[in-house]
Structures are given as structure tokens and as C-alpha cells.
Design a protein around this ligand. Sequence first.
Ligand SMILES: Cc1cc2nc3c(=O)[nH]c(=O)nc-3n(C[C@H](O)[C@H](O)[C@H](O)COP(=O)(O)OP(=O)(O)OC[C@H]3O[C@@H](n4cnc5c(N)ncnc54)[C@H](O)[C@@H]3O)c2cc1C
Length: 649
Amino acid sequence: MVRELTKVVYKPSVEGNEEFIVIVNPEEYKRWKEGDTTIPLVEVVDSYEIFWSNQGAQGLLGRPSKQQLENAFGTSKDDEVIKQILEKGKEESGKGIRTGDGATNLSKGSAAAEGGLAPQAEHRHIHDMPTTVILGAGIVGLSTAHALSALAPPDHRIHVVEPAPRLFSSASGQAAGFIAKDWFAPALAPLGLLSFDLHRDLAERHGGRARWGYSESVSYSLDHTYQSPDFPPDAQPRTNAPAEGIHGAQEPSDDRSSDTHQPPLLDGHGLDPNVSGLQFETGLEWLLNNQTRASAASSEAENASAPSSGSEGATVKRDDIPKWLRAEPEALEALSDKTSTAQVHPKRLCEFLLEQCLATGVIIHHPARATKLLRDEHDPDARSHIRVEYLGEVSDSPEGRTRVVDIPCDNIVIAAGCWTPQVYATLFPNASRMPRIAHLAGYSVTVKSKHWPPVPVSSNPDAIRVPRDAPVSDDESSSSVPAFLASTLCHAIFTDAPGFAPEIFSRITGDVWVGGLNTSDVRLPPLPTDAQIDATYVERLLAVARALCGEDIEVRKQSLCFRPVTATGRPIIARMHEADLGDGIKPAGWAGQGGVFVATGHGPWGISLSLGTGRIVAEMVLGRELSVDVSALSRWDGVIDYSTRSLTP
Ligand SMILES: Cc1cc2nc3c(=O)[nH]c(=O)nc-3n(C[C@H](O)[C@H](O)[C@H](O)COP(=O)(O)OP(=O)(O)OC[C@H]3O[C@@H](n4cnc5c(N)ncnc54)[C@H](O)[C@@H]3O)c2cc1C
């Protein structure tokens, strides 16, 4: 039976947004509130977890630090804090929300982490519910959780495990956010189209323009001659050399996983598993060959069956040129019109997906890491569990707050981007083969130009003019898109600079993103938050930004993040075959469906392909017919081929 989700929310200050929340069992809470002190606290609360948000009712739920508890309650002892929240807080209940796909989705139980429950108590609630655990809260993991919560029956439990202390510190939060309808090779084209439509639908249903900066975009290629002062010799990046290849999964720099057994790589393309670098075979050479995704897409269109994009080659008029760009019309060539490309602010889209997931009862374990699979060896019918260990502040707490939780687990989706091989090797140490994922580092800067967003020009003299310094949202702020931008278009500019191929995007959220400087010279850090920025690369990007947007730009942010790439250049979206997982413990699926899935390797297109990938993986988990044919993404040695439902040769 589906339980109603009831929470008790306590706001220490009426003026602030800060809230402390516990999830309760409504009947026991009612009796306790009415004075029945015989009920133990553990029965009143659904789980012994305290959540915290500073964004009001719609905000993300996190875990409060010890200091925050001390400040608000004068103690950080869980018992005492929970008691105070129950006494002073206000009860709120919710039965779930309408999801992006239109289905009414009832609460799937509590939104609390499982950790605080004693094992018996936990089993009392969830022993007979199908459970999917998604590893990685990047855009692919969250899109999967979001789609699964919309498509799965209400009793399907969904957990997401994410170790990075700061959410969305990976490529999913740092990328440009360019979205294309038909810039893909034939194998990816159906997924690209599905995803483009899902992005547009989601934005229309949920106010995506204001909430995550969804906007139609036009694209140009720009021919620019750089003055030498823009590019002093000492600003040259150390390398951008394709000859060195791209760091492969064979040489993780993660100390925590370096002693993990790494099985031979499963790439199905005869690559020597002992080589450290991964050379691309098809499709992604442009990333290291000083080309933009636009030139790659147009050569796809010439050489293969990929459709060309929109208004390619159309004449550019002076009025078409974005005000923030220093360029003459003859230097620009139109690549696509607004029907075939769009943009999002990827971090905000991730935040939105997470909010939706939490609201539908998805359970987020953060910061935490899945460390092993377990099963009662004396019971042949026993269900598999996955052990999740909390990291950082929570696990170090002297009060011994949740450290380890074993979650029943029927399906696992590994969506850990470049870190996927490490997750795979940790959970399936006896695997005979494993997917091979390499990483390709990309630098970017986010700047603000005085000419973006544009000041609206009105023929009505009484109209209120938005001042030039009107507040616009910066990359990290949570303010929404200014209303006067309601009909403004975004621009994507693809160009050349000495040594690399810059990509520049003006976002509806008021900033300009400059990137395209990739390097094979950076090792994969243990977590995305450990990335070390080399100022040389940043200077290189800023030189381009100043040359094209003006000297008076204001630097808002600099970033280094990692694209997960495969040997074929195509993502892997597939169910793993049991035989490849080795002879250890494996989740058995549920009612003949499910098992272990991998969704990663989206390279330079993970934002664009995210929502489609999430939909497809959710359908795979539930054993449904797939919305589009992704057989080319699962047709590699050792995985189920979804076009034939058989094992490929
Ligand atoms: C500079 C740059 C610009 C880009 N621009 C665009 C663009 O304009 N358009 C586009 O479509 N794509 C773009 N991309 C590509 C896109 O960002 C990626 O393809 C996409 O973000 C990959 O998402 P992901 O969820 O697979 O991986 P990630 O974003 O890397 O997320 C993986 C998650 O797994 C977590 N993790 C790590 N270890 C573990 C573990 N042991 N257990 C569980 N989880 C773990 C990580 O902390 C992370 O949160 C860009 C990429 C870069 C680098």
C-alpha cells in the first residue's frame, strides 16, 4: 500500500528560508502530539534523519551540519533535535505531484535516507518493494531517476548515491548546455531527437525558461583574426595534443580505488587492454583536433545520413549579430536556426531534476559511496543488498550518525560518468570484463558582458526601462531569468583561435560561457570536486573572451571538468549480461526484469542526450518497449542487444 508522505517542518526564523525537516509516521505523530508520551520517538519518525533546506518549500533537502544544529537548537544530539522539531514544527503532507510526463505519481514512501533505521524497521517498510539504486547524481543519473519515478509503479523505490561533497561539480553542472536536435551521427540520431523533444516538453510544462534557462538558440560559425597581444606566448596551454591519446580507465588516480582489481576492459573493439591511452576510433576526434562540434556535425551531414541543421549558410544581417559579440556580418555564417538548437543552464536543470526526484520520494544518499553487494549466504532466495557508506561530516560525527546502510537492491544503474569503471570494479570485483570509459578534460570560463542580456528598447516612452545594471543571475545564484528576456534568443558561436576551437554561448540566465579548450594532459581526480585548475588554460580562454566580447567583461567563474568517452565515441546505454559480472553477488532484477545497467560515455553531448537517456534506461529497467532504437549503443560484446533481445556476438 502506498503511504502518504508526512513531514514536520520547523523554521527557526520567520524571516529566513532555513528549514529543518523530519519525516514522520502520521498516526503515531498525531498520538504523540496529543500527549501520548508512551510512544517511542523511533516509532513517531519514519527514519531517524534530519533534513535541512535553505530554499523554502521547493528547495533541495540536504543534511545539516553539526554547527547548524547547534545554532538552531542549542544541541546537535539527534534525539533532542528531533524532539524539538516535532514539538515546534508544522505538519505538512503531500501525496506527490504531477510529473513532467503527465502521470500522477503518488508518494513512494518517505523521502528520508534509510540509514537511521534499524535493519528490522527498514525491512518492515520495504521488504516487498522493487528497488533500483542509481550510482551517480550527474545529469544522466538524475534523468534516469526522474524518468523512473514517472514511469514506475508507485511502490518502486528509487535511490541515488553520490559521493562528491558538492552536488553538480562534475561536467553535468559545469558544461555549456548546448542542445541539438539533429547534429548526431546516425547511431545517435533517434536518441538525439527524442531527447531534444523531451527537453522542450519539460521546459514547457515546468517553466524551464525561468527555472533552468531553457531557450531556443541560433548558431553561427565565426571567422576571427586574433591580434597577437591577445595571445602572449606565455599564455599558451601546455598541450592539446591528440597524439597522447586520452586517459583511459586503466590508470585511475583515485587512491581509494587504485588497489581495486581492474578486470580487462570490455570495449568489443579489440583494443589492447594494457594500453593506458585510449585513441578514438570514430566521431570524437574533433574534440582534440582543434575543431568545434559544429564542424563535426556538418562533416557528419556530408559524409553520412545525418540531417543538416536548420538555416545553414543563410545570410547574416547586422541586426542578427548579438550585441555582446564583436564581429562583422561577413565574418559569420549561420549554422542553425532556433528550431533545431537550444540551450539550458545545466546546473539549474540538474537542480530541478533533483527537486522533482525528492518530491516524488526518490531517496538521495549524499555524500555517500556504494562499497559492496551483500546477500544472506544461507538463504538461496535472499535478496541482494547494496552497502552505502556515508562520507565526510556525517560519518565523522562523534554522535555516530549514519555511517553505513544496506539497501535491498533489485536493479543497479551505473551512471557515474568517467568514474563508472571504478564503481563497476568495486561492485563486481570478479567481473570478467568491464566497460571502458576514458576521460577528456575541458576548461571553461563564465563571464558577464555589459551587452548581455540586452536592454529592451520600447517605443512606448512610459515603459519602464530596465537599467543597464539590472540584476542578472550569475552562475551560482538562484534568481530567475529577468522578465524582459521573455522573447530574447540565445546565441551559440563556434570559432577558431590559435591552438584550439572556442565555443561561446550566451545564456538566457545572463552569462556568457566560453570553452572549447580541451586537454589530454589531466589525470582523472578521485572526485569531480578534486579537480585542480591550471591558470594557464583559464588565461587562454579569457584572452578569447576579451577579444570577442570586449575588455570590460567580468569573470564570474572558471571550471575544469571531465567528459566520459568511449572507444567508439558513442555512449553505452545497456543492460549488462550476468555472465560478464563474474561469479560474485549480483542483483537479480524484479519479476524477471531489471538487473545491472550502464548509462555513460556521452562525451560532448551528455546534456543534450540526458533526458532521452533517462527515459530509455527507465524503460529498460522496467522491461518496457523502448521509445527509440538504441541498439547501436548496446551492441557491443557482452550486453543484451535490445533490438533482438539476444546476446550479441
Ligand atoms: C567543458 C565541457 C562542456 C560541455 N558542453 C556540453 C554541451 O554544451 N552540451 C552537451 O550536451 N554536453 C556538453 N558536455 C558534456 C556533458 O557535460 C557530459 O557528457 C555529461 O555531463 C555527462 O554526464 P554524466 O551524468 O554521465 O557524468 P558526470 O556529470 O561526470 O556525473 C557523474 C557523477 O558520478 C559521480 N561519481 C563519481 N564516483 C562515483 C561513485 N563511486 N559512485 C557513484 N557516483 C560517483 C560523480 O561525482 C558525478 O556526480 C560538456 C562537457 C564538458 C567537459
